[in-house]
Design a protein around this ligand. Structure first.
Ligand code: CA
Ligand code: CA
Ligand code: CA
Ligand code: CA
Length: 411
């Protein structure tokens, strides 16, 4: 007869008495060094069992990583990480959010709350559900990120929502999530340094041999730039009519020209569009400002860069300088005339760009940006109806456009 031997757990902390050896030194989960009669031996507010079995902290030390915050103060960050480690971002997110709310001065908590909140929020939003109704096959979830897979539809099912519904969901649901993530990142101060152990990533994205990385303020600024750019794009897209029948385009193989002919209002400014463009202008400027600040911050780092996430090496200097100059120039385009000098950007001649009229809503129809269609009904990128784009880029010629589109000019 098979009999299971069960050991007592007198203090009810999840560790059986024989494992709690009382030596004060943690060796393994079978020799924890903790007291069998005290549930929280080091008195940091987290039980011996949770420290050993879930959080991977020292049950005999109040501050396992010696960063000045006790394990108890970091418990929700650690609970979040323990769940991220097994690929369950859905269950991690509330702990990250709680950690950030309890301790707004903890940069790691803020960063984790921003990223996990965004992932889970997008999944639970109407935009995600709308994509499913478009026939986007989606397996797995944020509760099992390693099982996630997304496949584009080969045909659009009957009763699919309109593209305008997607536009609306982006504006009404995704944008607040982007803003929520930005609000989480906002309190992270310039001097913040977040040490992140890739061992905390889910197995499918964990890179073996990768040493702990250092996340600096420059990395946070780069993330902020990306989020603000996404917000700018969502606002800009909300300003124009993008409503067309995707079923026609995908199932019936309508050409782009057919789509434009069938939808005379496509890409025209909609009611309330000017307001959205005004918001897009603000977010574009924020994105460019963050991008320039991120580059400056990373360039200004004087500590060893070996463990940094974003690194600008000697071979990247030219390209990064060009991106920085481009961003600085572009910041002047929404209110005035930006000039892109030919030499740094490898253009045939200086190029002026003025985005004021566009962002003021004075361009009622974006079709001036749509190339002519070829015999097959596809856009011919060598033929734009107005190569100056309504005067927004007065120096832009067909020759230069064709050259740029042929990627002769690499940034
Ligand atoms: Ca016990
Ligand atoms: Ca104990
Ligand atoms: Ca403890
Ligand atoms: Ca501890």
């Amino acid at each position: 007869m098979l009999r299971f031997v069960t050991f007592p757990d007198r203090d009810g902390d999840g560790l059986v008495d024989p494992a709690e050896t009382g030596t004060g030194v943690f060796v393994s989960r079978f020799d924890t060094g903790t007291s069998p009669t005290a549930a929280d031996t080091d008195g940091d507010g987290v039980s011996d069992g949770e420290e050993v079995l879930a959080l991977r902290t020292d049950p005999n030390k109040r501050d396992s990583d010696g960063d000045g915050r006790s394990d108890g103060q970091e418990a929700n960050v650690l609970r979040c990480l323990a769940r991220v480690r097994v690929g369950n971002v859905a269950s991690a997110a509330p702990f990250c959010a709680q950690a950030a709310s309890d301790d707004p001065g903890n940069p790691e908590a803020n960063l984790l709350a921003a990223v996990s909140g965004l992932i889970v929020g997008v999944e639970r939003s109407a935009a995600s559900e709308l994509l499913a109704r478009f026939g986007v096959a989606h397996r797995g979830s944020s509760a099992a990120v390693c099982a996630l897979s997304v496949a584009p539809p080969t045909s659009i099912p009957a009763g699919a929502p309109s593209t305008a519904a997607i536009q609306q969901a982006l504006r009404d649901e995704i944008l607040p999530l982007v803003d929520g993530a930005l609000a989480r990142l906002a309190p992270i101060p310039p001097e913040a340094v977040i040490h992140f152990d890739p061992d905390n990533l889910p197995p499918c994205v964990r890179l073996s041999m990768l040493a702990p990385v250092e996340i600096d303020f420059g990395d946070v600024l780069a993330l902020r730039a990306a989020l603000n750019a996404a917000a700018a794009a969502i606002h800009a897209a909300a300003a124009y009519d993008v409503d067309f029948d995707l079923t026609d385009a995908v199932n019936n193989r309508a050409t782009p020209r057919d789509v434009f002919l069938a939808n005379p209002l496509l890409l025209t400014l909609i009611s309330g569009g000017r307001t959205e463009l005004g918001l897009a202008r603000v977010r574009l400027d924020a994105a460019l400002m963050d991008l320039v600040a991120a580059i400056d911050s990373i360039q200004g780092e004087t500590d060893p860069q070996a463990d940094d996430v974003l690194v600008i090496g000697p071979s990247d200097q030219d390209a990064v300088a060009r991106v920085r100059l481009g961003a600085v120039n572009l910041r002047t385009a929404p209110t005035g005339v930006a000039t892109f000098a030919k030499a740094p950007f490898r253009l045939l001649r200086d190029q002026r760009l003025s985005l004021g009229p566009l962002l003021d809503g004075d361009v009622p129809d974006l079709r001036i940006f749509v190339p002519a269609f070829d015999a097959l009904g596809n856009p011919d990128f060598g033929r734009f109806p107005d190569p100056t784009f309504g005067g927004l880029a007065p120096d832009m010629t067909h020759a230069e456009l064709a050259r740029l589109l042929n990627k002769d000019c690499r940034f």
